[in-house]
Design a protein around this ligand. Structure first.
Ligand SMILES: CSC[C@@H](O)[C@@H](O)C(=O)COP(=O)(O)O
Length: 356
């Protein structure tokens, strides 16, 4: 299963992006066909495609879509070039916290600037393929690290939040990719997944993926995370990231910070698993990360049913920042940053990645 892919032209059907419509899960596994940058922006805003790595691929493929059919030399049709760049700017800004979206857009746009539309498409396909390789590398590295952090335990019980699986990437996930690896290696006793209010990425998407894997799992409401950790029996917490600042502060789905506080109190290792493309050394620390607020509707309604009095307003930050001192280690596709030993992503440069 690929969450997002590029479909080449076939017969009368022009090239386009195909992606799984995550708003329809778990009830229905259906695809969306994306033929224009406007439709892609709408899909990103509605969270039909979501999760930092998948947004990186969407951003890069969106650029390929915006510039397809344009001449190699922008000076040959400056109006078309200007229109494409306006669309690309809007795409880049569609979700502000996940750095992968801007990174994917910038990667494909740089290729377009250097080599025209074909170069942009090649770059987008490389972003897709690199993500597949990066997730495989993170799964191996994360599983190895857990063997060191929790020695002598053949099977682990791990907690996670939001959805960091294949649905958040291309073929396999980041934190959930590590959990999948534990499961396929016979080392997973049970996963505990936070439901992840308000849009239930944990209950709708992570539970769906764990179910398809055949892994043992339990869902908990987000507010049960602290007592679950305090009671014992959780060996590690594994989360993804939307942006990792130079000092290691990490933005991820709202609720992650609370889980990290409870994990520290319980003495449970807390691992961030994310590709190098999520590390943003241009952002010095968590205070500089723009947190998307998604407005009142998602909090006062659920699935079209009002759960708060008419007129109720809400504050709805979609992400929070976990300070680096609560993070045991950051696992990427090329390294482990030992934050517990005061290493930061900026002072421990990444070696060349698997696809370099
Ligand atoms: C591998 S996905 C990492 C993060 O993007 C994920 O944990 C998360 O917070 C996603 O939020 P979402 O609002 O569903 O896009």
């Amino acid at each position: 299963m690929r969450t997002i892919d590029w479909v080449p032209a076939q017969g009368d059907s022009p090239e386009h992006i195909r992606l799984i419509d995550q708003t329809k899960l778990p009830e229905n596994l259906v695809d969306l066909r994306i033929d224009s940058v406007d439709t892609l922006i709408d899909a990103i805003r509605r969270l039909a495609v979501r999760g930092a790595p998948a947004l990186g691929v969407a951003g890069a493929m969106g650029v390929a879509l915006a510039v397809r059919g344009l001449p190699d030399d922008p000076a040959a049709d400056p109006a078309a070039d200007r229109a494409a760049r306006a669309e690309i700017d809007a795409l880049r800004a569609a979700r502000p916290t996940a750095v992968n979206l801007a990174w994917g857009v910038d990667t494909a746009l740089a290729a377009y600037d250097a080599g025209g539309p074909w170069a942009a498409l090649e770059a987008a396909l490389k972003v897709r393929d690199d993500d597949i390789a990066a997730c495989a590398a993170m799964a191996d590295r994360g599983a190895e690290l857990l063997a060191r952090l929790v020695p002598g335990k053949p099977e682990l019980t791990v907690m996670t939040i939001c959805n960091t699986g294949a649905l958040a990437a291309v073929e396999h996930g980041t934190a959930l990719g590590v959990i999948e690896k534990l499961h396929t290696d016979g080392r997973l006793a049970r996963a505990v997944a936070c439901e992840t209010r308000p849009l239930l990425q944990g209950a709708r998407l992570t539970a769906w993926e764990l179910d398809r894997m055949g892994a043992r799992y339990d869902l908990i409401v987000d507010s049960a995370a602290a007592i679950t950790l305090a009671r014992g029996g959780i060996d590690a917490v594994l989360v993804g990231a939307d942006r990792i600042a130079a000092n290691g502060d990490t933005a991820n789905k709202i609720g992650t910070f609370a889980v990290a506080l409870a994990a520290q109190r319980a003495g449970v290792p807390f691992l961030v698993v994310a590709p190098e493309s999520t590390v943003d050394v241009a952002t010095p620390d968590g205070d500089a990360i723009h947190i998307e607020d998604r407005g009142t509707a998602e909090v006062v309604d659920f699935h079209g049913v009002r759960t708060a009095p008419a007129g109720a307003t809400a504050v709805n930050p979609a992400f929070d920042v976990t300070p680096v001192d609560l993070i045991t280690a950051i696992v990427t596709d090329t390294r482990v940053v030992d934050t517990a030993a005061k290493e930061t992503p900026a002072d421990k440069p990444a070696p060349a990645g698997p696809a370099d």
